[in-house]
Design a protein around this ligand. Structure first.
Ligand code: M6R
Length: 615
């Protein structure tokens, strides 16, 4: 979490850094800060709150000048969000200034050591310890900044993406990464630094993504010099051509990124299967699976590791894989998996799902699986992300940048990819008949159009939102393939509207949660015609007889449930395994409208960040 931005070149750094921070605000928005060197002074401005607050403050204080600058938007780990704990942080001499995304785990012992040598600290942060450690090394050894950063980093335990500069050498920025992302944009006689490429996309399409354990010295008028932090080996820079465009990272005509991303789903799903699923030829081709097909065919078990919404997509995948491939699947919260000495066999396939590709818990689970000899397959959205590099093989979802903190298009595209993999393996194993397989492909190709239709209920969903926006609790129920959708619907509501919501398997309701039902409790029930329809209808009857309010997600034309429910929201019919791709749409819209009506910050809900790079 936290976003970092930097610029060194011939332009004014201020507008680039501020705009860059606004684009990275999804990574954390507890506080923000900027440091600019104006040719003679190093000026720092920082504040609790959002980048907009920083902009006002720095413009009021006239801190806007300089062609070298760094900025930070923070998700607090060490120390409460206040002005003092905000980044950038100075060293004691006032010469070095640093921004940092990550955690220095041994900061306490380093801090004590530095205090014993006369250093003092203004903030409670681990970052201020790091910048003083660098200064201490630099002074003791009388060496250049790059070398001092390298020596200091070899003493720290933890994760970081940092950018440091020395006001006495204002032609260079030193950056380094371990466990947190860092991209360097290469322009004409200018360089950009950022946690992802979005801050510099309008200036250059060329970027270097630092690998874990690498650092770089970025100097005006020179090539970027990259070396290993440990061992000092020089590394040839690998310059990538970016695929991202400006439109993808801007809100366009939408009020919020979340709404834009909900509406992007037909396109995102199409992009995810485009070129992979050739319906006419009856082929699914995916390099990551094709190259490792024997492993998939011989797998005795699939373990899915993920967090949050990606974990919910993993649960949908469990139903899909077990149904079609007959390979047993276990779905694990990555954070629990790593701490319970799990049994991992060499012929297990571990599928790691992550939109950002940076989630620390998922990353740790991948490392554990690899140590135990399992083959690890990644399903990520962010190209070049840490998880996509750490896994043995994988497939990108092609959803495009997801900026709203609440995951929407990542979920449906993850399910799309996982469905393709399951169908491919089912076919290769002979578990699905040719006509049935072909029918599934044709049906998957129709999903974008059907999502479009589901989106047409937006106005109706707004009315439902208006009716129930003041409820203190919600229950979400679903069965089979749609049980994970109930969990996902509840998560969406919780995270952006702060209303307590719980997802449950519909039939499990009678074992406890039914006690909560009264005339004030809205219950969202996914009751599509496929699967356990009749059983879910019985659950609806049970809720109704306890006076609960029923919002039912039904298949188009269902009059039966309409007669029982307070509100019905229709989605088109499809194969049962693909219903989550449709039933999740009204739940996304419902939570969105409730949050907007309650005046919440939809794209940046409190306490959250888009990519969670701490365990
Ligand atoms: O980037 P990832 O998919 O690994 O992120 C996992 C979760 O942090 C994420 O899905 C989170 O739960 C979202 N805010 C849910 O909307």
């Amino acid at each position: 979490m936290c976003g970092i931005v930097g610029y060194i070149g011939h332009r004014e750094a201020y507008p680039i850094v501020i705009k860059g921070l606004q684009r990275l605000e999804y990574r954390g928005y507890d506080s923000a800060g900027i440091a600019l060197y104006d040719g003679s002074n190093l000026n720092v401005c920082k504040t609790k709150g959002k980048v907009a607050d920083l902009k006002t403050k720095s413009e009021n204080e006239n801190i806007t000048k300089g062609s070298i600058g760094i900025g930070h938007t923070r998700w607090a780990t060490h120390g409460v969000p206040n002005d003092v704990n905000s980044h950038p942080h100075y060293s004691n001499s006032g010469n070095l200034v640093i921004i940092h995304n990550g955690i220095i785990e041994n900061y306490d012992s380093l801090r004590k050591e530095l205090i014993s040598r006369g250093y003092s600290f203004k903030s409670e942060t681990d970052t201020e310890v790091l910048v003083n450690l660098i200064e201490d090394v630099q002074k003791k050894e009388n060496i250049k900044l790059g070398k001092a950063v390298q020596i200091a980093l070899n003493q720290v335990v933890g994760a970081y993406a940092i950018a440091v500069f020395d006001k006495q050498k204002p032609n260079e920025i030193v950056v380094a990464r371990l466990g947190s992302p860092l991209a360097i944009g290469i322009g004409e006689e200018e360089f950009f630094i950022a946690s992802d490429a979005s801050p510099f996309i309008e200036f250059t399409q060329k970027a270097i993504y630092l690998e874990d354990g690498e650092m770089a010295i970025i100097r005006t008028g020179e090539e970027v010099k990259i070396r290993k932090i440990q061992g000092d080996k020089m590394v040839d820079p690998y310059v990538q051509e970016l695929q991202m465009n400006l439109e993808q990272i801007e809100k366009g005509n939408y009020d919020h990124f979340m709404l834009k991303e909900i509406y992007e789903q037909p396109r995102a799903i199409t992009d995810t299967y485009r070129g992979r699923m050739l319906v006419d030829k009856g082929i699914i081709r995916m390099a990551g699976v094709d190259d490792n097909i024997e492993k998939f065919l011989n797998a005795k078990r699939i373990i899915v590791v993920a967090c949050g919404t990606s974990w919910h997509a993993g649960l949908v995948a469990e139903y899909i894989f077990e149904e079609y491939t007959r390979i047993p699947v276990e779905v694990e919260y990555a954070s629990e998996f790593i701490y319970r000495n799990p049994i991992i066999y060499k012929d297990d396939i571990v599928i790691a799902i992550s939109q950002s590709g940076e989630t620390a818990d998922t990353m740790a689970a991948i490392k554990l699986a690899k140590q135990n000899g399992a083959f690890v397959f990644g399903v990520c959205n962010v190209v070049g992300s840490s998880i996509s590099r750490e896994t043995h093989a994988g497939a990108y979802t092609h959803a495009g940048p997801e900026i709203g903190v609440a995951s929407t298009k990542a979920f449906t595209t993850q399910i799309t990819i996982l469905s393709l993999i399951a169908l491919k393996i089912a076919k290769a194993k002979g578990n699905i008949s040719k006509p049935d397989y072909q029918h599934h492909l044709s049906e998957l190709a129709l999903i974008p159009e059907k999502v479009e239709k589901a989106l047409n209920s937006n106005e109706h969903i707004k009315q439902v939102a208006e009716k129930y926006m003041s409820s203190a609790n919600f229950l979400y129920l679903g069965r089979g393939f749609n049980f994970p959708v109930a969990l996902e619907g509840a998560l969406k509501l919780k995270e952006i509207s702060y209303i307590h919501a719980e997802g449950y398997p519909a039939a499990e309701m009678k074992h406890g949660p039914i006690a909560l039902i009264d005339e004030k409790m809205p219950v969202v029930v996914i009751a599509t015609k496929k699967g356990h329809y009749q059983k879910v209808v019985s659950n609806i009857e049970e809720i109704k007889s306890r006076k609960g309010k029923i919002i039912a997600i039904v298949t188009e034309g269902d009059e039966n449930v309409r007669n029982l429910a307070d509100y019905v929201i229709e989605v088109p019919d499809t194969i049962e395994a693909f219903t989550p791709l449709l039933t999740t749409i009204p739940l996304q819209l419902l939570s969105y409208h409730i949050a907007v009506m309650l005046g919440k910050n939809v794209d940046q809900p409190r306490n959250l960040a888009k990519s969670v790079t701490v365990e």
